[in-house]
Design a protein around this ligand. Structure first.
Ligand code: NCD
Length: 337
């Protein structure tokens, strides 16, 4: 695809070579994300950050990524603080805000809303999550993390064995990740969920069409025994009609250190898009895994900055200028990464 000036709305717009290009650019962002070098390549550029659903890491990491490239961030969070609360349409909001920004990152609770907004926008729009539909930048950072974690284990994305666990019906991160995996070869996907929260049938079908093996299960222990990655997810309580309904499923699949030791192959990587639900009623990934070196959740969040920097650099077409506008940092930065 041509990245310059494009919206990033769904992983289905990528071919394998596009994903590889994003990962190559993400690798090149490391000196900047790891605070060894500073670049001002986006000096003067403005990111419109519009998050109409709760978000910590996606919102802040999009903003940090833009700042790390030298740009500035203007934020709108929550419907209550925006003119949408006065009845303004997505079309009008998009026409207005795209006049104030060079690129927009947006999250919205309705599936398809970010694409509708993008159609009216005068600048590229990156989907930061549209309802239960898609979360393309998360899928990219997840796959980038998978690639990096497996490289040290002599394995690759082709031939990957992954278990996705939890709310596969409403979890947009696993929807996007499954679609992205369709670009690769011979993947085995074990889908572990309560019967009522299964992966949508059309996504299972897409995986099978891509030649992948798909196993659906509602038993955690047996499903995580022979995989490279366990990708755990939170019950998406905000998508249920009531808290009581969400309570039926919360805490159903809990991974802790003793289950991991007993059932997983050594060095199985543990991932989660975060936030993990650490309340006693949930704990899908127990805190007792925090010292497990295979817990990759905070490497995922660090990688998110690299991948989002890569998306901005590609969409704003500055990849080859980043190093030209750079210098070493002045301050103490050791030990963080
Ligand atoms: C996810 C999301 O918002 O879909 N969070 C994130 O962006 N890292 C997952 C979740 O909220 O459970």
């Amino acid at each position: 695809m041509q990245f310059a000036g494009s919206h990033i709305l769904s992983v289905t717009q990528f071919e394998r070579a596009d994903v590889e290009r994003i990962f190559t650019v993400a690798d090149r962002m490391e000196p900047y994300a790891h605070r060894r070098r500073v670049t001002k390549v986006l000096d003067g550029a403005i990111l419109g950050s519009m998050f109409f659903e709760p978000s910590t890491r996606t919102r802040v990491s999009f903003g940090s990524a833009f700042n790390l490239l030298g740009g500035e961030v203007r934020e709108t969070t929550g419907f209550e603080n925006s003119a949408i609360a006065k009845g303004e349409s997505l079309y009008d909001t998009a026409r207005v805000l795209s006049g104030y920004s060079d690129v927009i990152a947006m999250r919205h609770p309705a599936a398809g809303s970010v694409a509708e907004f993008a159609a009216a926008s005068r600048v590229p729009v990156i989907n930061g999550g549209d309802g239960a539909n898609e979360h393309p930048s998360q899928a990219l950072l997840d796959l980038y993390t998978i690639k990096k974690e497996l490289a040290g284990r002599g394995r690759a994305i082709d031939g990957l064995r992954i278990a996705m666990v939890g709310d596969l019906r409403y979890g947009r991160t696993v929807h996007s990740l499954c679609k992205l995996l369709c670009l690769f070869d011979k993947v085995q996907v074990v889908l572990v969920s309560p019967q009522e929260l299964k992966m949508p049938g059309e996504i299972v079908e897409e995986l099978r069409q891509a030649g992948h093996e798909v196993i659906e299960s509602d038993a955690l222990e047996a499903s995580i025994a022979h995989v490279d990655i366990v990708y755990s997810t939170r019950i998406q309580e905000e998508r249920f009609s009531s808290q009581q309904e969400a309570d039926l499923y919360r805490g159903r699949f809990r991974l802790n250190q003793s289950i991991y030791t007993e059932h997983c192959e050594p060095n199985t990587v543990i991932m989660h898009p975060l936030p993990r639900d650490s309340r006693d009623t949930a704990r899908e990934l127990d805190d007792d895994l925090n010292d497990n070196p295979n817990l990759a959740i905070f490497r995922q969040t660090d990688n998110g900055v690299l991948v989002r920097m890569a998306l901005f650099a590609l969409v704003l077409d500055v990849v080859d200028q980043v190093d030209r506008h750079a210098r070493d940092v002045n301050w103490y930065t050791a030990g963080r990464f």
